[in-house]
Ligand binder design. Structure first.
Ligand SMILES: *Cc1c(COP(=O)(O)O)cnc(C)c1O
Length: 396
């Protein structure tokens, strides 16, 4: 069979037909434990009844009107996120890349409107991923995503992740508008930025009149046990934050959050989106937030994450020839392997466990936030059996 799809992905032959909770089923009826959740997207698992209801109720009322008209669900969701975070203003998008782009535009526009027109520079870090739009690949810390797409946009520069001296020098330059960082690097290898470094970056941004942008597209929406990951760190609030993935639970939606100060340059007509924040997306977005902010929900994420940590640490202890380290936090985790984990990912799928990979030889786990301790034990068991089989095959 020919395939008319642009071949930028190379998926395996399996076809998934339906999902329920933490499980998906292929067209032959085989069940899989889903520990990647559409890359941290299906935050409430598959077909969560509250989301199905919100979506179908709204689908029977009104789908789309355009932002040229008021959208009550949007006003409500924006206010709720502002009440729960540093933010005073929200712009809804359809994806994480667009949320990143919006943050970058807001940052430059702020500096421009403060009569600091020379400030267009954006600092990012190696290994970071900020999406696939032109803004995203130019901000991102991975050269390979820019290859063949023309010269890098003016102002964007990438510093070595963890090189604090280089950062201190660069941020003091007079053309810097903003710093963009993932508080937990997802694609780059599930690396949590140490608390002291986040605070250091915050402090130097303040001292140099530079805006701080967090990309919490992957680590936000409750994934690490706080609504947004940076809320673990007191005093590290940004001026801008890009979110997507889990906040829509599988419905395409993203948002840029901004402080009043950062947003001050964004006046009528300077930005827009046809679909962003439409009634369908907002119905689902509000329902997702209802569940995540429900009583004990995040406490339960933290609790189950503890079980996952124990399981992953035990795998590291039992298979030191294969596993190097356990990384990440909450339910965004990496099992750093000695070798490229791509073949392992395929073997785990055959055993009924779906996982992802990330840079730096990391096997990535990002189960739905509704995952139970039993699901976690089952997943760890499957990985255990596979690693054990690999040791046997290696003649150990
Ligand atoms: C997935 C991701 C993006 C891009 O989001 P899209 O919805 O694919 O555009 C940006 N930043 C981070 C950290 C991500 O994980």
């Amino acid at each position: 069979m020919t395939n008319a799809i642009l071949p930028v992905y190379g998926p395996p032959p399996v076809v998934f037909e339906r999902g329920e909770g933490v499980r998906v089923y292929d067209d032959k009826g085989k069940a899989y434990l889903d520990f990647i959740a559409g890359i941290a997207v299906n935050s409430l698992g598959h077909c969560h009844p509250a989301l199905v209801k919100a979506l179908t109720d709204q689908a029977n009322k009104l789908w789309h009107t355009s932002n040229m008209f008021r959208i009550p669900g949007q006003e409500r969701l924006a206010q709720r996120y502002c009440d729960l975070t540093f933010a005073d203003r929200v712009f809804f998008t359809n994806s994480g890349s667009e949320a990143v782009d919006t943050c970058l535009k807001i940052a430059r526009r702020y500096q421009w409107s403060q009569d600091r027109k020379e400030r267009i520079g954006v600092i990012s870090f190696t290994g970071s991923f900020h999406g696939r739009t032109f803004g995203g690949i130019n901000a991102g810390g991975q050269e390979k995503y820019r290859e063949g797409f023309g010269p890098r946009m003016e102002g964007f520069r990438t510093l070595e992740y963890g090189d604090d001296e280089a950062f201190k020098t660069e941020i003091a330059k007079p053309d810097i508008a903003a710093v963009i960082i993932e508080p937990v690097q997802g694609e780059g290898g599930v690396r949590e930025v140490p608390e002291e470094r986040l605070l250091m970056i915050r402090k130097l941004c303040d001292e140099n009149g530079v805006l701080l942008i967090y990309d919490e597209v992957q680590c936000g929406a409750g994934r690490t046990g706080q609504l947004f990951h940076h809320q673990w760190v007191k005093g590290a609030e940004p001026e801008l934050m890009a979110c997507a993935k889990g906040i829509g639970g599988g419905f395409p939606m993203g948002m840029a959050l901004a402080s009043e100060k950062a947003a001050s340059g964004m006046v009528k007509g300077v930005h827009g989106s046809t679909f962003g924040g439409n009634p369908l997306a907002m119905a689902v977005g509000n329902a997702v937030l209802d569940v995540i902010t429900g009583k004990d929900f995040l406490a339960n994420v933290r609790h189950v994450a503890g079980t996952l940590t124990q399981g992953m640490e035990s795998l590291k202890d039992r298979y030191p020839e294969l596993v190097v380290a356990v990384t990440g936090r909450g339910l965004l985790r990496g099992l750093k392997m000695k070798k490229d984990p791509l073949p392992l990912r395929g073997l785990l799928a055959e055993r009924g466990l779906l996982v992802g990979t990330a840079g730096d030889n990391v096997l990535r786990l990002a189960p739905p936030l509704i995952v139970t301790e039993n699901d976690v034990r089952e997943a760890i068991d499957i990985i255990d059996q596979q690693l054990s089989a690999m040791m046997t095959a290696a003649g150990a």
